[in-house]
Design a protein around this ligand. Structure first.
Ligand SMILES: [Zn+2]
Ligand SMILES: [Zn+2]
Length: 884
């Protein structure tokens, strides 16, 4: 399909929609399960089904799309596997909010009805993010779209759970976990956000049992003292060597608890005495395990105090804190309260203060899995790019703790474990067992907890390809070629995919992991709703078109550096898209058909030069993309298209195209122009797929979609071609030199100039002489003489380039005396303004009182004035010199 009309301006929206539909209808994103072509595969980081496209998605998916489109052009069989994540807590929260608005809640509905409601929600809203990815141009193989809760993936989840359980790598145990009272679920360590808060440190006196004195302990959470089961000191702490008591009386509870010695205690903290609450602190839990201490749980899963808290039972945990402090004060056991800034954990979903709580949960024994995942990166089987993330990965993997995978919510994969109501045996199995294998009872109850969302996404690279079945897709595309991800999910997700992939597939899930930076606002600040600096990618697309947006993302995506995004920048790249559009439109007016082989013997210097540069940029782009240097690839293309192709080449070949150099020259240039435009569109396609497809269909001699084109070949650029580049550079320098003089001397573009070039170098003279028409044409000259170095002509302005001097004849062009007068007057005016600004900036009063941005503005003004003044002064000097 082709729209015959080549409009003057490029209108992205209609074009984008039309071509995206075409690509989908023609199944151009589809991967072949089996193919003789090399396989290239990427699994998408599955966006949450509740997600709305944000800048992070936009960057992440633009990069994946660039790679996929590029690899297709290189002839690979590409699979970009799409899908969404069921996002347990996030989705449950969204649906719960909806229910609340309808005046009901999940408990009223019951588990089954609630899950039905979530599926209904997903049916209705779940493809929003997918449609947004399509607007971004994402070329995923949509036919294969997966969902972490679909049947196949659920089967993979159960298979993994059962196998890990049988291998002893999943266990159920009483452990300290992070508990969110709002979401009423356990959270993994990674799901807790730590934030420094102003709080208090409470120093409490615990009297020795034998009445010989007391030990003072300090805590930020005094209510937990109700659950203390020991006081610990360091075995080498001299302050406690002579203490005779072996126990203290726990205040408020009047319970006797032992004094124990443990090297975990930090002697430099306070008095060196540590209260031990195994049920509400992970470190205390470990001390408790070492010393066989009981755990007393005083805070319930609802966030109020349990019966174990004695007279404080039923109080909310924060109310209880106040009551405990008051009671201690009354009894004279509160030594002091000091302000204390400390880190407080919050639920990453709802921001409630998280409580370390003793709880029966399911855990994955992470250490043995992590060891293999570390080894795979050490051996280079998986490469992390940029390399700086490798150490972060090792650090985290080396210090990994067991992963709490059970969540007390309803939306997710229900844990495939059943408990016998008669003999308490636990059965872990793929399907519900008919009877208890221990006592044959039929009274089996399934675990109500569901699995952490990241448990299913950890299997994503192979579960999406049909595992546990050995599918052709797995055989062709696993391990995947690269994972493109932000560093924020390096541990949540990437590390766990490594562990699971290696364990279950006996091979790494991806050969490369490319970790990209963040998109920030214009000033480099993190985008956040509260700051009001969020840029919505869909708005940007509406306003500037997808291609301009994608090119901006690529152009700024330097490795290891955050992207400062602003609409101004996208607007800048919209000009680039328009420039390309206009250049194509001009070119196509002069192309009559498709041109095949180029006859090299008839080529002009600009033709030879642009072909050589095309080959160079083809190579540069390929190498940059192979190394994930998106910004370098985009930069090379931008420079080539804007400056070399549009500014120089098209200008240089206009006379040939207008048939002023004979039919042979015209035909030769046409064939080169066609080739350069053809290949440039292919090079640009991965970055700006829509406009390139549109122009492609306007081009004579193209067939079908640009997606099916071949990436241009590039060999080492030959010496003869290299000569065309150095020759052209000399000419461009001479022309630029003349243009600079024109600018500096304020000479109108319409003025035809007389120029003399002098050079001692015979070759340089020959090059300029041979291509005098090109120089005359592009520099707008009335005459050009080329000479060996000699006297400087009278009344001329000078520029020096390479080993040549350029003299622009000013005789009769300007009135020297008048021009000198004008410039001097203007310089005086500027100097006056500058003095005022200087004075202001020297004024202490102004500097101390004015807001920073006002001072900054004045400083900017100073810079501008100074630059103007210097320029005018230079012009004046040059005129004086020329007139001399
Ligand atoms: Zn929460
Ligand atoms: Zn049983």
């Amino acid at each position: 399909m082709s729209s015959k009309q080549f409009d003057k301006g490029y209108e992205p929206h209609e074009v984008e929609q039309r071509w995206y539909e075409y690509w989908e209808n023609e199944q151009l994103f589809a991967a072949a399960e089996q193919s003789s072509q090399a396989a290239y595969s990427i699994v998408i980081p599955p966006p949450n089904v509740t997600g709305v496209l944000h800048m992070g998605h936009a960057l992440n998916n633009t990069m994946q799309d660039i790679l996929c489109r590029y690899r297709r052009l290189r002839g690979d069989n590409v699979l970009w596997m799409p899908g969404t994540d069921h996002a347990g807590i996030a989705t449950q929260n969204v649906v719960e909010k909806k229910l609340a608005a309808d005046g009901t809640d999940r408990h009223q509905l019951g588990r089954e009805k609630f899950i039905e409601a979530v599926w209904q929600w997903r049916e209705k809203y779940g493809s929003a993010i997918i449609n947004q990815l399509k607007r971004l141009g994402a070329s995923c193989d949509w036919q294969r779209e997966r969902f972490t809760m679909d049947e196949g993936l659920s089967k993979a989840v159960r298979t993994v759970f059962v196998q890990l359980y049988e291998e002893g790598l999943i266990y159920r145990g009483n452990r300290i976990i992070n508990w969110c009272h709002r979401c009423h679920t356990a959270l993994a360590d990674l799901e807790v956000e730590h934030e420094d808060r102003d709080g208090n440190l409470y120093h409490i006196r615990y009297p020795y049992k034998d009445g010989t004195g007391a030990i003072v302990v300090a805590t930020t959470r005094p209510e937990t003292m109700l659950g203390d089961t020991a006081v610990a000191v360091h075995p080498d702490d001299e302050r406690y060597q002579d203490v005779t008591a072996d126990a203290v009386i726990l205040p408020l509870m009047n319970r006797e608890i032992p004094i124990i010695k443990d090297t975990y205690v930090d002697r430099s903290f306070g008095t060196g005495g540590l209260k031990v609450t195994p049920a509400h602190d992970p470190n205390d839990f470990e001390i408790g395990a070492r010393h066989d201490l009981p755990s007393v749980k005083v805070i319930s899963d609802n966030g109020d105090m349990t019966a174990e808290a004695g007279r404080f039972e039923g109080l909310d945990r924060f109310e209880c804190r106040k009551a405990v402090v008051k009671a201690l004060e009354d009894e004279g056991l509160l030594v002091k309260i000091e302000p204390y800034r400390h880190s407080v954990g919050h639920c990453y979903r709802c921001k409630t203060v998280v409580e370390p709580n003793l709880s029966k949960q399911w855990f994955v024994s992470a250490k043995p899995l992590a060891e293999e995942a570390i080894a795979a990166v050490k051996s280079g089987e998986t490469k992390i790019i940029p390399e700086m993330w490798t150490n972060t990965y090792y650090d985290w993997m080396n210090n990994i703790r067991d992963w709490c995978v059970s969540r007390q919510i309803w939306w997710g994969h229900q844990i495939p474990a059943w408990t016998c109501g008669d003999c308490d045996q636990i059965v872990v199995a793929m399907e519900a067992p008919p009877t208890c294998p221990g006592c044959s009872s039929k009274n089996l109850v399934q675990e109500t907890d569901v699995l952490d969302t990241w448990f299913s996404s950890a299997l994503w690279p192979f579960s999406t390809m049909g595992w546990p079945d050995q599918t052709p897709l797995l055989k062709t595309f696993y391990p995947t070629s690269v994972l493109v991800t932000g560093f924020d999910i390096l541990f949540f997700w990437v590390a766990r995919m490594m562990m699971m992939g290696i364990h279950f597939m006996h091979d790494v899930p991806f050969k490369d992991v490319y970790v990209h930076a963040l998109v920030r606002d214009e000033e480099g600040k993190k985008m956040s709703k509260s700051k009001g600096n969020v840029i919505d990618p869909l708005n940007v697309i509406d306003q500037y078109g997808t291609d301009a947006f994608r090119f901006t993302l690529a152009a700024f995506a330097a490795q290891g550096r955050d992207i400062k995004m602003s609409e101004k920048r996208v607007d800048g790249y919209r000009h680039f898209i328009n420039k390309l559009w206009n250049a194509a439109r001009f070119s196509l007016m002069h192309l009559e058909r498709g041109y095949g082989e180029i006859k090299t013997q008839n080529l002009s210097l600009p033709d030879q030069w642009i072909l050589t540069r095309l080959e160079g940029v083809t190579k540069d782009v390929a190498e940059a993309l192979d190394g994930y240097r998106f910004n370098e690839a985009a930069g090379a293309l931008y420079n080539f298209v804007w400056h070399e192709f549009c500014d120089w080449y098209l200008e240089a070949v206009k006379p040939a195209l207008y048939d002023k150099e004979g039919p042979q020259a015209k035909e030769a240039t046409q064939s080169v122009l066609w080739r350069v435009l053809h290949d440039t569109l292919i090079l640009l396609h991965p970055f700006i797929p829509f406009v390139t497809e549109e122009i492609w269909h306007h081009m004579p001699g193209t067939n079908g979609s640009i997606m099916k084109a071949d990436y241009p070949e590039y060999a080492a650029v030959s010496r003869q071609n290299q000569q065309s580049v150095s020759k052209m550079e000399i000419l461009m320098n001479v022309i630029t030199g003349i243009r600079n003089v024109r600018g500096e001397m304020n000479l109108a573009p319409s003025l035809s100039l007389q120029v003399m070039v002098q050079s001692e170098d015979g070759q340089t003279r020959e090059i300029i002489d041979t291509h005098r028409d090109l120089v005359i044409n592009l520099a707008r000259l009335s005459g050009l003489t080329v000479k060996n170095t000699g006297h400087r002509p009278k009344s001329s302005a000078t520029a020096v380039v390479n080993n040549a001097s350029i003299f622009v004849d000013l005789e009769g062009i300007i009135d020297f005396a008048k021009e000198i007068q004008r410039l001097e007057k203007e310089i005086n005016k500027l100097t006056g303004e500058l003095t005022k600004v200087d004075k202001k900036l020297a004024n202490e009063g102004f500097l101390s009182k004015a807001p920073a941005e006002v001072i900054e503005k004045v400083k900017q003004k100073q810079d501008v004035l100074l630059e103007k003044q210097q320029k005018l002064q230079m012009n004046l000097d040059r005129i004086k010199e020329a007139g001399a």
